[in-house]
Design a protein. Structure first.
Length: 264
């Protein structure tokens, strides 16, 4: 589904601020693969997502999505088939619009409720009900009134309403309290499985990286240094994962947020 071949990206080339953020990175994701990504500070995880989404064009290499070369496809065109969630729950929804208007937006109705049929409204209601956080009773309330966790759950629903070819989750539960984060992660798991989505999820939570998905990618210095597949992933512990990182990257995993979460 996603085939990345030897991409590289250097920011501010030829200046004192030159930074090679992606180094000759290659990755192949099969349809339905759900890979978690962990890595050191500044490893290039978010930059990889930015490259896939077309925030910038890479300096070299090729990006293919579902057999189509998207290397130089404009961002707004890619956005039609790539869903993305950010750490900040305030991104991804329009706060001044109601829940149902936001859903109408996601359904391609431009946020106009007059363009939404009764059947579609019922579908919105059903989908919200499945989130199991009571949003189906608040469809006419502005999204700005929702908590961070409620907004992330809604964003997830909106991003997957018309199933994307690729779903990118960039630490989407990092800003939530642990209980809410767990709920949103369970929801993520259910939605990804239900639609058999191809998904990449950046996390600083080693346990989440182990619990979710069928693959773990470890990044360091702009490249994927380890790609752990299903069989190898089974039975792995956080300690085992850290040990593998050390072997793959030739150094300990240095990520402040992993450190702060008390897992290391
Ligand atoms: N637009 C940009 N201009 C200049 N440098 C950039 C830009 N985007 C990213 N970088 C640099 O590229 C490197 C990789 O950044 P990136 O945000 O992808 O890392 P990350 O793995 O997501 O890190 P973290 O876990 O700390 O969030 C960093 O050194 C960062 O400062």
């Amino acid at each position: 589904m996603l085939k990345i071949e030897h991409i590289s990206k250097t920011f501010n080339p030829g200046t004192v601020n030159e930074k090679q953020a992606i180094r000759d990175l290659s990755l192949n994701l099969e349809k339905g693969d759900f890979a978690t990504i962990i890595g050191s500070n500044g490893a290039g995880k978010s930059t990889l997502f930015n490259a896939i989404c077309g925030d910038f064009f890479t300096d070299s290499g090729v990006i293919m999505l579902d057999g189509q070369d998207i290397t130089f496809m404009p961002q707004h065109v890619r956005a039609k088939t790539i869903g993305r969630l950010y750490q900040d729950p305030m991104r991804g929804t329009a706060p001044g619009m109601t829940i149902e208007e936001n859903l109408a937006l996601a359904a391609g109705k431009g946020g106009w409720l007059s363009h939404v049929s009764r059947q579609e409204k019922e579908r919105f209601h059903e989908e919200l009900k499945l989130l199991d956080i009571g949003l189906e009773k608040r469809m006419t309330q502005p999204v700005g009134l929702l908590s961070g966790g409620q907004r992330q759950a809604l964003t997830l629903l909106m991003a997957t309403m018309n199933p994307p070819k690729l779903l990118l989750l960039d630490e989407h539960t990092a800003a939530l309290d642990p209980g809410t984060a767990e709920k949103v992660l369970n929801l993520t798991k259910r939605i990804v499985e239900e639609h058999q989505l191809t998904c990449l999820m950046i996390t600083h939570n080693m346990q989440s990286a182990l619990d979710l998905g069928n693959r773990i990618l470890m990044m360091d210095s702009g490249d994927i240094v380890l790609d752990i597949h299903e069989e190898e992933k089974k039975g792995l512990t956080v300690e085992g994962l850290l040990e593998k990182f050390k072997t793959g990257a030739g150094k300990m995993l240095d990520n402040d947020r992993i450190l702060l979460s008390g897992e290391k």
